[in-house]
Design a protein around this ligand. Structure first.
Ligand code: SAM
Length: 241
């Protein structure tokens, strides 16, 4: 699975999967799912502990969430799957505007608040259409508030109207929410404190040379004896020892 020449992880299991070939054209957010992540997610799901929960932070329109559900079905994994997204607009000029603009991308006819509703509905539609028998437990929350509830074992109502008890261990987490160092590091530590031995974390946008929070975290994680780097393509898949 490791290509000795490039040092990159390759997973051929997903290339012949017709559903995976189609999913990018069915769900919005095509550019947000790195091709290499698909093989890494497949590897993690196939090899994760059978107990514990799967978690996704940052779902957007549901592309990676539907992929995770598909791969869990394929590998006969019955772990519960939780997702969390604040469905906030992350614009090209948000840093400059400090999120004070009510409209997005310089348009005076597309409200930030409507964008949020649009994204959330896109997620609900794609999940209901592509994964009707395996709805995840999905929460419209900032990750810090989600983890507060998780750490306190609270019961919360998810976006599909189900009351769910939060808390417990994780077997695999896909971290693709807030990309600042502060948010990503906090999310990672919250996940790490509940991660089972042999459990995995895939850090989106952690590839060498990137400027996102996840990429900066990798240097710290590599020094942490609780974890080992299992693969990269180009993002990093981490496993708890
Ligand atoms: C890159 S998109 C996720 C793409 C998705 N994983 C996919 O591949 O289809 C990032 C998402 O993270 C969400 N987000 C950003 N900051 C967040 C935070 N602090 N807590 C929860 N969600 C957040 C945004 O609303 C956005 O939908």
């Amino acid at each position: 699975m490791w290509d000795k020449l490039s040092g990159i992880f390759k997973n051929n299991n997903v290339e012949s999967d017709d559903f995976i070939k189609r999913i990018r054209s069915l769900v919005i957010g095509e550019g947000m799912l790195n091709e290499g992540n698909i093989g890494l997610i497949d590897f993690a799901i196939k090899n994760m502990p059978t107990e514990g929960n799967v978690l996704e932070i940052g779902s957007y329109g549901g592309l990676s969430a539907n992929l995770i559900i598909h791969l869990m079905r394929k590998h006969h994994k019955n772990n519960s799957f939780f997702t969390c997204d604040a469905w906030i607009y992350e614009g090209y000029k948000d840093d400059l505007q400090k999120m004070t603009h009510s409209h997005i991308d310089g348009r005076d006819d597309i409200l930030r608040s409507e964008y949020s509703v649009y994204m959330k509905n896109a997620f609900i539609n794609s999940i209901r259409f592509l994964s009707p028998q395996n709805l995840p437990f999905s929460f419209h929350q900032y990750s810090n508030s989600f983890f507060d509830s998780w750490n306190e074992n609270k019961s919360e109502v998810d976006i599909f109207g189900r009351t769910v008890s939060l808390g417990g261990h994780f077997s695999f987490a896909y971290l693709d929410g807030g990309h600042s160092y502060e948010v990503a590091w906090k999310d990672f530590n919250n996940i790490a404190s509940h991660l089972l031995p042999n459990g995995f974390v895939l850090l989106d946008d952690s590839a060498d040379g990137q400027n996102f929070g996840s990429a900066k975290m990798i240097a710290q994680i590599k020094k942490d004896k609780r974890f080992k780097v299992i693969a990269k393509n180009p993002n990093y898949l981490i496993q708890k020892i």
